[in-house]
Design a protein around this ligand. Structure first.
Ligand SMILES: C[S@@+](CC[C@H](N)C(=O)[O-])C[C@H]1O[C@@H](n2cnc3c(N)ncnc32)[C@H](O)[C@@H]1O
Ligand code: SF4
Length: 376
């Protein structure tokens, strides 16, 4: 674990140096592979079917192998697209193949946790998985708990187990039935037991999208992460461009939510990060948000091997790794244009990775502009 931390520190340092000097990585080292766009849920906040209209299909093993063969010493491979990776019948085979080809690479995925049954946890723990991000915005309340906020619009929405309507605060986020909590408890218990035996065990992080008025909920989630022994909590800004009718916290409220989460996390001893609050050095390196820090070493690869500069720009095909070498795609003028100078027209209005909001007023907009970037 200490070795991994040192490596991360080194990589963050080189990224910082690159950003400060305005130098793009020679080849992308952070790779997101869209293994499937099928999902067992239908979260209201998710632009999967609304804005992106992604095809609901899996990446074939042939495409996966072809893409893997093109990569050049990646630091991280995230096997997640616009769907639930645990639905892919060959996800674990893909993890094994990625590790076999790139032994030093961090290979992981992001999941909603609903399919993390005992059998699935067996599969996770019987092989090397570097990282699992679990997405959760709420925790279920016990019946009659006096601390529970009142149910929202009780009775107004018919119960739909694919949506988060039962949630008290983040009803547009992931649904959180008690079974998900039970799955996570078991995953973490077994993960810790494995680590205690000295066997490799995945780093498990909680990934939380911030909703208006979610301060208490986020403190509960930080406590939950500390109680179960998650390795970190990662806060994500709600992007509403797929659903302009949804409301996100104002920028001021968001700062407050992050600060409150930080204080709670410090008290409980859980590392906490936010993709919109990277700390002073990276803030300086991004020259006060004048460009997106994701673009210097990242690619998104869709189910067919097409390469895009960001997950929500998946329609922006800049090449195909089944057909072309990585250097040809990454080095193309069209791809370099995303790095700058200036903000690419396709990125205008996106603030998924910026410190501030792109627009001063986060009020809902009437029309959805270009697709947004969402961290996997
Ligand atoms: C698209 S999901 C795919 C993986 C998996 N199905 C899950 O939900 O964790 C990847 C991440 O995107 C996040 N996400 C979805 N819609 C979002 C939005 N409108 N704004 C910010 N993050 C969003 C989810 O919370 C999740 O952490
Ligand atoms: S956020 Fe994840 S779980 Fe929810 S609909 Fe989108 S892909 Fe599925």
């Amino acid at each position: 674990m200490a070795k991994r931390r040192l490596l991360k520190l080194y990589r963050d340092g080189t990224k910082l140096a690159r950003l400060a000097l305005g130098v793009r990585a020679r080849v992308p080292r952070e790779v997101q592979l869209e293994v499937t766009n099928r999902c067992n849920l239908d979260c209201d906040m998710c632009p999967r079917l609304t804005l992106l209209k992604v095809p609901e299909q899996d990446m074939s093993l042939e495409t996966f192998e072809a893409v893997l063969g093109r990569l050049d010493a990646p630091h991280s491979i995230t096997l997640t697209g616009w769907g639930e990776p645990l639905m892919h019948p060959h996800l674990f085979d893909m993890i094994d193949r990625a590790h076999a080809r790139f032994p030093g690479c961090d290979v992981g995925f992001t999941t909603n946790g609903h399919l993390l049954t005992d059998r699935m946890i067996d599969k996770v723990l019987e092989r090397r998985v570097s990282r699992i991000n679990v997405s959760l915005e709420e925790l279920p309340w016990a019946e009659g708990d006096p601390q529970a906020p009142p149910p929202r619009d009780a009775g107004a929405t018919p119960t739909n187990p694919m949506k988060g309507h039962e949630n008290r605060v983040a009803r547009d986020g992931h649904p959180t039935p008690p079974k998900v909590v039970a799955h996570l408890r078991r995953l973490l218990e077994r993960r810790h037991a494995q680590a205690a035996r000295g066997a490799p065990a995945p780093e498990v992080r909680l990934q939380v999208v911030l909703f208006p008025g979610s301060g208490d909920t986020i403190e509960r989630l930080v406590d939950f992460a500390a109680d179960l022994g998650f390795q970190a909590v990662n806060l994500v800004r709600l992007d509403v461009r797929g659903r302009p009718d949804l409301r996100r916290p104002t920028w001021e409220e968001e700062r407050g939510l992050i600060e409150r989460a930080r204080q709670r996390a410090a008290l409980r001893g859980v590392p906490l990060g936010s993709v919109n609050d990277h700390g002073v050095l990276l803030k300086l390196a991004s020259r006060a948000d004048s460009f997106c820090m994701r673009l210097d070493s990242y690619i998104y690869v869709d189910v067919h091997g097409n390469v895009a500069p960001c997950c929500l720009l998946r329609g922006h095909k800049l090449g195909n790794l089944v057909e072309q070498p990585l250097e040809a795609v990454w080095g193309s003028e069209a791809f370099k244009r995303f790095y700058g100078p200036g903000v690419h027209p396709a990125c205008q209005g996106c603030d998924a990775f910026l410190h501030r909001y792109a627009e001063p007023d986060p009020a809902p907009r009437a029309v959805a502009p270009a697709p947004v970037a969402v961290r996997a």
